[in-house]
Design a protein around this ligand. Structure first.
Ligand SMILES: [Zn+2]
Length: 334
């Protein structure tokens, strides 16, 4: 519905076809080559919410990571993610790990609803492990945020009396830009790393998920001061999910440049991180109206496949690797 180019349209159709085929458990040939063997992505991304803080028809930011076809990790939980989960019929039975890039409402507002849904549909004890930034100023730490929701005296303390036995463990991550990268999940071949970013006065972090040679990095919301940290974390990622919050200067209100990275710098960061594919998300009405301009700015320095996210989009990571076709096209469409 938002497609502006053939490649964007093809991407949307491909993603829809992929979702259907995966649902039907039909092997999906990812490369249209006579001798190519069908390959399966080990990591997949499902976009539950592709919008930012405004309500204009998109759910706010949220993603699910599927490992070997099973949903395992929730990244952010903006308002609307709960609804999209139900629309897609996603089973949360193995989703115990939550990665919060920061605690703005458009990234965390649906946490209680999603936790309740999981509790009501499980007959096994649940242990949520929720990673997120330390607190600062008006922002609680992630542990404190979870206590305020589900802890003693919290707004939703009752939630633990519903459905399955449930424990919620919060992990506070460093927020100073000179903090070291950390590995926070190491379960077999599934690895998650994080690093501090910067999002105005709101503590924020970025995450990278690796599994058997495939990788996805999430910028979260960040201003340009965090680009060196993000580039280091994202180096050689198959898929870089970057949040867009502004147009190139001077086309957005000045204050927003203290919170978000301009498209030109996003393109340069994706190029320097050698990301193999770029997904633009956290979209606002202002970005929607200027999609062509945003893409042009990014393509000034980044030549790999670049797409705009949409709610319900499903991306097998393997399909984001550079295509061998002579046109030099790469990315999701084949
Ligand atoms: Zn946001």
């Amino acid at each position: 519905m938002y497609a502006e180019t053939f490649w964007e349209l093809a991407s949307q159709k491909y993603a829809a076809a992929t979702a259907l085929l995966v649902t039907l458990a039909i092997p999906l040939p990812l490369v249209a080559h006579e001798h190519a063997k069908p390959r399966h992505s080990k990591l997949e991304l499902v976009v539950l919410g592709s919008g930012g803080p405004r309500s204009f028809g998109r759910a706010s930011t949220s993603y699910l990571i599927l490992v070997e076809g099973t949903p395992r990790i929730l990244v952010d939980a903006g308002p609307g993610a709960f609804l999209e989960l139900g629309k897609l019929g996603i089973d949360l039975a193995r989703v115990d790990t939550v990665l919060l890039t920061h605690l703005h409402i458009d990234h965390s507002g649906d946490i209680p609803a999603i936790f309740l849904d999981r509790a009501l549909t499980s007959d096994q004890p649940i242990h949520f492990k929720v990673f997120g930034p330390q607190g600062s100023g008006l922002f609680p730490s992630t542990r404190q945020y979870l206590r305020l929701l589900f802890g003693q005296g919290g707004a939703y303390e009752y939630e633990k009396t519903f459905g399955a036995d449930e424990t919620v463990e919060g992990v506070d991550l460093p927020i100073a830009l000179d903090s070291a990268e950390n590995e926070i999940v190491a379960e077999g071949d599934l690895r998650v790393r994080e690093v501090a970013t910067h999002h105005g006065d709101c503590p924020s972090v970025a995450y990278r998920v690796d599994y058997q040679g495939e990788s996805i990095t999430f910028s979260g919301d960040m201003d340009a001061s965090a680009i060196p940290n993000l580039q280091h974390l994202a180096i050689d990622s198959d898929l870089l999910v970057f949040h867009v919050g502004v147009l190139d200067p001077p086309n957005s209100p000045e204050i927003l440049y203290t919170l978000h990275t301009a498209p030109k710098q996003i393109g340069q960061a994706a190029r320097d991180a050698r990301a193999r594919h770029l997904l633009l998300s956290h979209l606002s009405p202002a970005i929607e109206e200027s999609r062509r301009q945003v893409l042009q700015s990014i393509r000034g320095s980044y030549k790999q496949g670049t797409e705009f996210a949409y709610d319900g989009m499903r991306i097998p990571v393997l399909a984001t690797k550079p295509s061998p076709n002579p046109k030099g096209k790469s990315g999701i469409p084949r």
